[in-house]
Design a protein around this ligand. Structure first.
Ligand code: GRF
Length: 193
């Protein structure tokens, strides 16, 4: 029997620094037939990142680069080339990429941010949202541009805060939505290819 092989999936690298719940979610998504991506490489700037365990669990290559930015990016670019990576998904990656690096992958780097961008760029998002008594927050998947948390928005999800909301409960609530939003945004990005 001839096995029909569908169109090739886009080779993807996921960059992490911490827990990696978005990483695992993207790996699970990539294993679905309908997913346009496959996760081939995990890059981290933190050797202690919990999310690195998914490399072993799902048998995916991992690389840790925690030198200065120039050296780390040089090594990273080499890995991306060797592995024929065409898409980068930042998922809780805490290092700011250089303009030069972003230029080399222009339009091919996605990030997920836990706020309704352009509101609450940067760190400590949930704390600031709670402090400002916002009624809504959410999450955003956007293309990465040289300006922090400012590239073209692909998809956004608005989330209502409860009266007793804390930054921790909000973080957990939004993370659940992030896990739906990131795969959706990737599918949207490749819908016309
Ligand atoms: C997420 O909230 C993401 O939006 C932000 O960093 C967090 C990473 O969480 N950029 P995890 O490591 O994917 O669990």
């Amino acid at each position: 029997m001839v096995k029909l092989i569908g169109p090739k999936k886009v080779k993807t690298a996921v960059f992490i620094s911490g827990t990696g719940s978005n990483l695992e979610n993207l790996i699970k998504f990539s294993l679905k037939k309908k997913s346009p991506i496959e996760v081939n490489l995990i890059i981290s700037n933190n050797s202690k990142a919990e999310g690195l365990r998914y490399a072993k669990i799902y048998k995916i290559k991992k690389r840790i680069y925690n030198n200065n930015r120039k050296t780390s990016e040089k090594s990273t670019l080499k890995d991306l080339q060797i592995n024929n990576i065409k898409l980068i998904c930042l998922a809780g990656f805490m290092k700011i990429l250089s303009k030069n690096f972003i230029k080399k992958f222009r339009g091919k780097i996605l990030n997920i941010h836990p706020s309704l961008l352009p509101k609450y760029k940067g760190l400590k998002t949930h704390e600031r949202v709670i402090k400002n008594k916002e009624k809504y927050s959410g999450c955003t998947v956007h293309l990465v541009s040289p300006k922090l948390d400012s590239g073209k928005i692909i998809l956004q999800k608005k989330v209502k805060l409860s009266k007793q909301e804390t930054s921790l409960s909000l973080k957990k609530k939004i993370l659940k939505h992030e896990h739906k939003l990131y795969p959706k945004a990737i599918s949207k990005l490749f819908a016309n290819f």
